[in-house]
Design a protein around this ligand. Structure first.
Ligand SMILES: *[C@@H]1O[C@H](CO)[C@@H](O)[C@H](O)[C@H]1NC(C)=O
Length: 160
């Protein structure tokens, strides 16, 4: 490969933000994210634990959705790449451990942030897991919501 080709490839990688991410992951600021559709129409959705295992098998973990720009970026990506799955819910890396909401990185989840659907998560001690749910088309973004231990979702979002 000549120098021009190499330069062009690097340029394309920088422009698409994929530099440093595995090819099937999307580069978002300093992380690499992959949206996984675990269940198509008629297929079985998965639990949070199975979703997390799916991410681990990719050398990743469930994604930390702690910044609204990141949620917006991933929402736009889902709408563009998976238009037929735009109404899906996606597990992300938040869970309630001993009554405390934590990201899988062990960071505490800010419950006052406007990342959550209003009036969630509920104040009770049941085991819960975070998922990204679609909002109305006007606002065009997604929000965090919670689902219990028996809950399932057709998709999940991994992050390296
Ligand atoms: C979000 O999480 C990342 C690491 O996952 C951390 O570096 C960053 O400080 C966090 N931001 C906020 C606003 O919590």
């Amino acid at each position: 490969m000549n120098l021009l080709c190499v330069s062009l490839l690097v340029l394309v990688a920088v422009i698409t933000g994929t530099l440093g991410c595995p090819s099937d992951f999307l580069g978002i600021s300093s992380s690499c994210v992959k949206v996984v559709i675990a269940a198509g129409i008629g297929e079985r959705p998965v639990s949070w634990k199975v979703a997390r295992e799916g991410c681990k098998a990719l050398g990743a973990d469930l994604a930390v959705m702690n910044v609204s720009s990141k949620v917006e970026h991933i929402s736009a990506h889902i709408d563009k790449v998976f238009p037929n799955e735009a109404s899906y819910t996606f597990w992300v890396g938040g869970h309630k451990v001993n009554g405390q909401w934590k990201w899988v990185t062990d960071q505490t989840i800010n419950l006052k942030s406007n990342l959550w659907v209003p009036n969630t998560p509920k104040k009770d001690d049941r085991i819960s897991f975070a998922l990204l749910v679609p909002a109305d088309s006007l606002h065009g973004r997604r929000y965090l919501n919670e689902n219990g231990e028996g809950g399932w979702a057709p998709g999940y979002i991994c992050e390296i």
